[in-house]
Design a protein around this ligand. Structure first.
Ligand code: NDP
Ligand code: MG
Length: 388
């Protein structure tokens, strides 16, 4: 079998490292063609040494020059460099695992070069989902989900086998994060270190905070609408603290199909890489008798309003979801730096969203323009809140 040649955008991050772990364990199936990150020279240099890609890219130009000197290989810098590696001739498949809207242009570059995409970066679809999915159809490329919930839905849909008109609801499960069951008074006291302690998943800092605010689930609702082509009235969320059922699809006859496994991102990463095949022994077996119970609850939208804002942005359409995402990225960064409190995250997003009437998105530029405006607005809201 011909080896699949892979570019990883965001190779030094949590998803990138897990992807390399999978690739390294199935050397007869996969090889690394290119690696890209922001500026983590030491980590990417080690990865280059192990996986021998043909090229690398770093967003930070200075770091790119340093890495080129260190390794003697082609290393491209800046956003152009990320887009260039996404189009790499020697690659068939691109894993999109940069965090945030910074992943939009490189992901589009991969699509337009005809590469199939394994999508971890949900912010790409939140920022410009309808446009990106249209481009994927236009260029005839597959968008394979890596986000665990969407991988689960994708697998359940395949088993359902009757097309979208037989789907009643997509049910995304949410762990609830570290603050499940808490109230707003308690949340007013939490610090970044508390929010970074996720009960079930080891992830990057931004997504870990998103999991604590439930914005991660909001972004995933938007991601699901675009990936599966359904309206937001068909995407529901249930809190399931054990993170064993990764999501479900309810069909019109009342039947529900779900996908279960231990919470380990190597499972959805491997499925995206090997689809439609399955690799052997990707993650340890799930012992169902060792699970004390599987429980479910409705999300608390009053305490965690970010999820409600995501539905609101979907309803508003156009640039509204790009604005939601950009305001969230800025607010989460400010929370991580200790500049604002946990409850300020939704407050900043709400204020930025209500000042931005949505406009249509007919190109990446429309989405990025909205993203830029929302970032500036979020910074000024935060500055004002700090003064109060
Ligand atoms: P991390 O923070 O662990 O890693 C982010 C990666 O992106 C790093 O390689 C980082 O490079 C790189 N990066 C960040 N900004 C830029 C930029 N401007 N240009 C180039 N590279 C950049 O994040 P995760 O791996 O946790 O998440 C990645 C994406 O996958 C996110 O969109 C997240 O929502 C999604 N996801 C993650 C899951 C998880 O379990 N972690 C689960 C499902 C989805 P550097 O090291 O140099 O800073
Ligand atoms: Mg997820």
């Amino acid at each position: 079998m011909k080896k699949k040649r892979i570019v990883i955008l965001g190779s030094t991050g949590s998803i990138g490292r897990s992807a390399l772990d999978v690739i390294g364990r199935y050397p007869d199936r996969f090889e690394v063609a290119g690696l890209a990150a922001f500026s983590s020279i030491e980590t990417i240099a080690k990865q280059i040494n192990t996986f021998r890609p043909v090229a690398a890219a770093l967003y930070n130009e200075e770091a790119a020059e340093g890495l080129a000197r260190k390794t003697g290989m082609p290393v491209w810098g800046g956003m152009d460099g990320l887009c260039k590696i996404a189009r790499l001739e020697e690659a068939d498949f691109v894993i999109s695992a940069i965090s945030g809207a910074a992943g939009l242009l490189p992901t589009l570059a991969a699509i337009r070069a005809g590469k199939d995409v394994g999508l971890a970066n949900k912010e790409v679809l939140v920022t410009a989902g309808a446009f990106v999915m249209d481009e994927a159809r236009r260029y005839g490329v597959k968008m394979l989900p890596i986000d665990s919930e969407h991988s689960a839905v994708f697998q359940c849909m395949e088993r359902g086998g009757h097309g979208l008109n037989r789907v009643k609801n997509i049910i995304l499960t949410a762990s609830g994060g570290p603050f499940f069951g808490k109230n707003r008074k308690y949340l007013a006291t939490v610090k970044a270190a508390d929010a970074l302690k996720h009960p079930n998943w080891e992830m990057g800092r931004k997504i870990t905070i998103d999991s604590a605010t439930l914005m991660n689930k909001g972004l995933e609702v938007i991601e699901a609408c675009h990936l599966f082509g359904v309206g937001h009235d068909k995407v529901k969320v249930l809190v399931h603290p054990q993170s064993i059922i990764h999501s479900m699809v309810e069909f019109v006859d009342g039947s529900i199909i779900s996908q279960l496994s231990k919470p380990d991102m190597r499972s959805p990463i491997a499925y995206a890489l090997s689809y439609p095949d399955r690799l052997e022994d990707v993650i340890p077996q799930l012992d169902l008798t060792a699970i004390s119970g599987l429980t479910f609850a409705h999300p608390d939208l009053e305490t965690f309003p970010c999820l409600a804002y995501a539905y609101k942005a979907l309803g508003a359409g156009g640039t509204a979801t790009a604005v939601l995402n950009a305001a969230n990225e800025v607010a989460v960064a400010a929370f991580l730096e200790g500049g604002i409190g946990f409850n300020d995250i939704p407050a900043v997003i709400e204020e930025v969203m209500s000042a931005h009437p949505p406009r249509p998105v007919s190109s990446e530029h429309d989405a990025l323009e909205a993203d830029k405006g929302a970032r500036a607005a979020a910074h000024s809201v935060i500055k004002r809140r700090k003064k109060v």
